[in-house]
Design a protein around this ligand. Structure first.
Ligand code: CA
Length: 219
């Protein structure tokens, strides 16, 4: 899951970036509204965390321009003070959720999880397919009878993206976009290697290859 974090408070942004990466998100950062606007317009994010008090271009304006341009990714706004007016303006501009600073990282992660589920039309908080479930907290899979299947960070991110999009044809380039951040060396051939490893761990039938198109997760 690829996420844009737009926050100009450098220590806070760094703390959040580390926490989000540890939680299995590929994170890009922007410390001003102009960069945030550009990244959100050109990259395909699964989630955005947007501070409203950004330099160069206010967060509210960034959000309005994204929505006016048809960008529909879920956006959680961060507001500095507990002012109801700012939250209302943010929600009216197209925000999906908000948090007031200071907040606990756990609450942010829980809200991001809820936004992701909603964006993918899921009511169940647990990702499951057949006998397989994903333990997002511990970043591992559970097989039949609750058998734990350990995953590396990349395997976890890739499997979560597959499980959020069952039955859809996912190209290698799309998978690469959503599993890696903008700084990573994004060679889409590497996806083949990770798909092979997931098949070895989870069984060969879960991920189907569509020649010339990509992969389909059999959820
Ligand atoms: Ca700020």
């Amino acid at each position: 899951m690829r996420l844009l974090l737009a926050e100009d408070d450098a220590p806070l942004a760094e703390r959040l970036r580390q926490r989000l990466q540890a939680a299995g998100y590929a994170v890009d950062t922007a410390d001003n509204g102009v960069d945030a606007l550009h990244l959100g317009d050109t990259e395909d994010y699964d989630l955005v965390i947007l501070d409203l008090g950004l330099p160069r271009l206010a967060g509210l304006e960034v959000l309005r321009r994204w929505r006016a341009g048809g960008r529909a990714m879920p956006v959680l706004i961060l507001t500095a003070r507990d002012t109801w007016r700012e939250k209302v303006e943010g929600l009216k501009a197209g925000a999906d959720d908000y948090l007031t600073k200071p907040f606990h990282a756990e609450e942010l992660l829980a809200r991001l999880g809820a936004l992701t589920r909603r964006a993918h039309g899921r009511a169940d908080p647990e990702l499951a397919a057949g006998t397989l479930t994903l333990d997002e907290e511990r970043q591992r899979a559970l097989g039949a009878g609750g058998r734990a299947i350990e995953l590396t960070g990349t395997e976890f991110r890739l499997l979560r993206y597959f499980m959020l999009n069952p039955g859809k044809v996912l190209s290698k380039s799309r998978l690469t976009e959503h599993v890696y951040d903008g700084d990573s060396d994004r060679d889409s051939n590497v996806i083949e290697v990770y798909v092979r490893r997931l098949r070895e761990k989870l069984g060969p039938e879960l991920i189907e290859t569509r020649r010339g198109q990509g992969y389909v997760f059999r959820g």
